[in-house]
Ligand binder design. Structure first.
Ligand code: NAG
Ligand code: NAG
Ligand code: NAG
Ligand code: NAG
Ligand code: NAG
Ligand code: ZN
Length: 439
């Protein structure tokens, strides 16, 4: 009789424990996460170059055929979608440059990285959500990392110096060493690490230039270095790594192959527009003067090699239309056509900002570490789904987001850390139970 009562009591206690211990069991199986972004790494950049380390990653981990960035295919908007899991219309980082359509103020990209008022629009990035749940996080040059969100800063932030050289391989390795120390000596759980290549080379030389292949080989060596560093810091079994990017790159079409676009040929920008950002790749925004919206729209509709949208008629699957910041007119050029305003000042040989359905805008996804399957080739998916995957890996409660874990969870080992931990708690309890009942 007493024995049975004790058994019942114990069952109740263990049921209670089961709930109460959840956070504990979670911590026990939690691995660390490094998110690396190589800006402008087109999905197929490794296919015409020898990349032994990237190839080995595909064997040791997960490779997606390619992934699709959000509209718009630009550095800050896309990176912020990855780290928030929200569409651009929700997070409102609608350009690399902060702007004000009333004052005509435009802040350059590097400067914008420091301006919280551009980034902090009510949507919380992963760093802050993870910190709120007790984890230590850091941003190494990652866009949005230097802003404050609801007054909160990321635990540790490094921001690129002005005139920072993007392609210094020695510095790339030093940065990896730094990040490894943060993980192994200071117990950071999440670090996001950003590299400005191969975007720079892609713009300056074009995606087909031999120098683009060289920088991909430099990236490949860096990934080899990363894997050695992980081993030296004894992080093989506790660090998951995701390697991705924000968009692809396409060759800019120039004379005599095509007639380059100069929008002022189709509408008098000075007379019809009060604000514009053109001359910035394949994506443009225009605020017509009061009452001139239809005139601007009609004039641009006559222009070749681009699509003009009224903001309230933007296709829903762009997930841009609800943005308050976007001006009333949005222009997307056909692949390879840059949107020049008055003269062709844009000397880039490669560019992005084009429709995310274009293969040239697609980008990469690789992952490896204790929670990932080996030799797993994933079908293509939207970059928005990286966010819930990262939350799952870190075992934190995600903030509201637009991604879906079902898209990416197949790439995870079935008995990942958390399940192992829960399993051992259950095992422990049943052993205790056995001891009690046989007393
Ligand atoms: C733009 O600047 C004006 C004048 O300084 C200011 O009133 C307005 O709030 C600014 N708009 C935005 C969206 O920041
Ligand atoms: C590259 O980075 C290393 C380490 O930070 C530095 O010592 C070196 O001067 C840099 N090289 C160039 C060309 O900037
Ligand atoms: C760690 O991973 C590397 C591959 O990057 C492998 O060569 C090494 O054997 C692993 N070390 C351990 C201790 O598992
Ligand atoms: C650009 O537009 C012109 C005029 O409509 C057209 O003839 C040409 O085929 C277009 N070019 C491309 C590459 O689509
Ligand atoms: C994206 O997620 C937010 C937050 O849950 C939600 O308000 C919004 O409606 C979602 N957007 C779409 C297109 O589903
Ligand atoms: Zn770029």
């Amino acid at each position: 009789m007493r024995k049975i009562m004790r058994l019942e009591l114990f069952l109740v206690v263990s049921a209670l424990l089961g709930t109460a211990c959840k956070p504990l069991s979670k911590v026990a199986g939690r691995n660390k996460l490094l998110l690396i972004s190589f800006d402008g790494f087109r999905w197929d950049y490794d296919q015409d170059v020898d990349t032994p380390n990237l190839d080995q990653l595909a064997v040791d981990g997960v490779k997606a055929k390619y992934i699709t960035p959000p509209m718009l295919t630009m550095t800050s908007p896309s990176h912020f979608t990855t780290i928030t899991g929200r569409w651009v219309e929700d997070h409102e980082v609608v350009h690399n440059m902060m702007f004000n359509t009333t004052t005509n103020q435009k802040v350059p990209h590097k400067e914008t990285l420091k301006r919280s008022e551009w980034w902090d629009n009510g949507v919380l990035p992963l760093w802050i959500t993870a910190q709120d749940q007790g984890l230590k996080t850091a941003s190494f040059f990652y866009p949005g990392g230097a802003a404050k969100y609801r007054g909160k800063a990321v635990n540790r932030v490094l921001l690129e110096e002005p005139n920072h050289k993007d392609d210094n391989e020695t510095e790339w390795r030093q940065n990896i060493n730094t990040v490894m120390r943060w993980f192994s000596e200071e117990d950071f759980s999440l670090v996001t690490l950003y590299y400005g290549e191969p975007d720079n080379v892609g713009h300056a030389k074009g995606p087909d230039h031999p120098d683009r292949k060289k920088i991909i080989q430099q990236i490949d060596r860096t990934i080899g270095y990363l894997r050695e560093a992980i081993e030296q810091h004894h992080l093989n079994d506790s660090l998951n790594v995701i390697i991705t990017s924000d968009h692809g790159m396409t060759t800019v079409k120039k004379r005599p192959q095509v007639d380059e676009l100069i929008l002022n040929k189709y509408l008098n920008l000075f007379q019809l527009a009060s604000f514009e950002i053109l001359d910035y790749g394949g994506f443009g925004i225009i605020t017509p003067k009061p009452g001139k919206e239809q005139e601007v729209f009609d004039a641009l509709s006559m222009a070749p090699n681009l699509t003009v949208y009224k903001k309230n008629e933007i296709p829903e699957n762009f997930h841009l239309g609800k943005s308050e910041r976007l001006p009333p007119i949005v222009v997307v050029a056909d692949l390879g056509f840059n949107l020049n305003s008055r003269i062709i000042i844009y000397v880039n040989k490669g560019d992005h900002g084009f429709h995310n359905g274009e293969m040239d805008m697609k980008t990469i996804f690789r992952a490896f570490g204790p929670d990932f399957k080996r030799n797993f080739l994933s079908e293509p998916f939207d970059s928005i789904h990286i966010y819930p995957l990262m939350c799952k890996l870190l075992q934190i409660e995600p903030a509201p987001h637009n991604g879906s874990l079902t898209v990416t969870e197949d790439m995870l080992q079935h008995n990942g850390g958390s399940q192992n931990a829960r399993l051992s708690v259950a095992l422990l309890l049943s052993m205790l139970l056995f001891t009690f009942t046989t007393l």
